[in-house]
Design a protein around this ligand. Structure first.
Ligand code: ZN
Length: 306
């Protein structure tokens, strides 16, 4: 059956790019509501923004959604990944500013809060999007592909000149709490060389060595070092799960990203929905349910950093 959160969950922090403080509250919602954001700091007009693929506006370095009235929320990908990875299908996310708090740079604080509160089952079955034929996006930078699979699985490849990141590749089946165990605590990362350029563009104003892994050459500048040797590729998979959650339904398919990022994953969803023969909506049976993220999560599997 579909789920929502059992009770409201509130988290406070600052936005990674805007540097602005914000309070975010995840509220329960009814079946088939999906995930919506609501800007509580804006009094007039339509303040609801659907967390859906065609609300995404091109934006550097983060995922930003905007409604018809021009009301926007940005850096939604980590809370979206936490909801998808914990198997939460419906929620209303209130926020009193333009950007979701970055917290520790990973999805772990959201996951901890969601699992602490617990989920409520709703009286409607889960409907999922089953990928029936491969769809692909290629750019000069890399490519992303969705192909048929029985559950949700993912393969990701990155390569950076900085030896502290280098070449990393990982493949994961996202059933049985894999997201919580393997991906949720991996933090966003950047190169020290890019920090000044981002600041000049008014980006990363809330970034610190505590909420992002900063690397320079073969050195990790953030105190405490890495949480995983391949934390960077794990974080890219976390981002991809959050961006794929904008399909609006759980996906049954295999996602591959080669040097992919937020905009490429969103273009891939556009490509999927442009091809009606490439997918179908299916009602989930017990057997398939067991292959979705968020099923069979054991509380002791939440990383200790959360
Ligand atoms: Zn991220």
């Amino acid at each position: 059956m579909q789920t929502t959160v059992r009770a409201p969950i509130t988290l406070d922090g600052v936005g990674l790019h805007s540097g602005r403080p914000a309070r975010l509250t995840i509220r329960p919602a009814v079946a088939d509501h999906g995930v919506w954001f609501k800007r509580t700091d804006i009094r007039l007009g339509d303040t609801l923004v659907p967390a859906i693929w065609d609300s995404v506006e091109r934006s550097p370095l983060c995922t930003r959604i905007v409604n018809a009235a021009g009301v926007a929320v940005q850096t939604i990908e980590h809370v979206m990944a936490a909801l998808a990875g914990c198997g939460v299908h419906n929620a209303l996310i209130e926020i009193d500013g333009p950007e979701v708090p970055i917290l520790d740079g990973s999805a772990a604080p959201f996951v901890r809060a969601i699992l602490d509160r617990g989920l409520r089952r709703l009286p409607e079955p889960v409907r999922a999007l089953e990928v029936l034929a491969p769809v692909e996006i290629r750019t000069a930078k890399g490519w992303a592909r969705l192909s048929p699979a029985r559950g949700l699985s993912m393969r990701f490849h990155i390569d950076f000149d900085d030896a502290a990141i280098g070449t990393q590749e990982k493949t994961l089946d996202l059933s049985n709490g894999t997201f919580v165990r393997e991906l949720s605590d991996s933090r966003t990362f950047c190169r020290q060389a890019d920090v000044d350029a981002m600041h000049a563009q008014g980006l990363a104003l809330g970034g610190t060595l505590e909420n992002a892994v900063v690397v320079e050459g073969d050195r990790v500048l953030s105190p405490g070092g890495l949480r995983h040797a391949d934390e960077a590729v794990r974080h890219k998979m976390l981002d991809a799960l959050g961006d794929l959650a904008l399909a609006g339904k759980p996906l049954l398919g295999h996602y591959e990203g080669f040097r992919a990022g937020h905009s490429m994953t969103n273009l891939l969803l556009h490509e999927l929905f442009r091809n009606p023969d490439a997918f179908r909506m299916v009602e989930i049976d017990e057997d398939t349910r067991a292959r979705l993220p968020g099923v069979n999560i054991q509380p002791q599997e939440i990383p200790a950093v959360a």
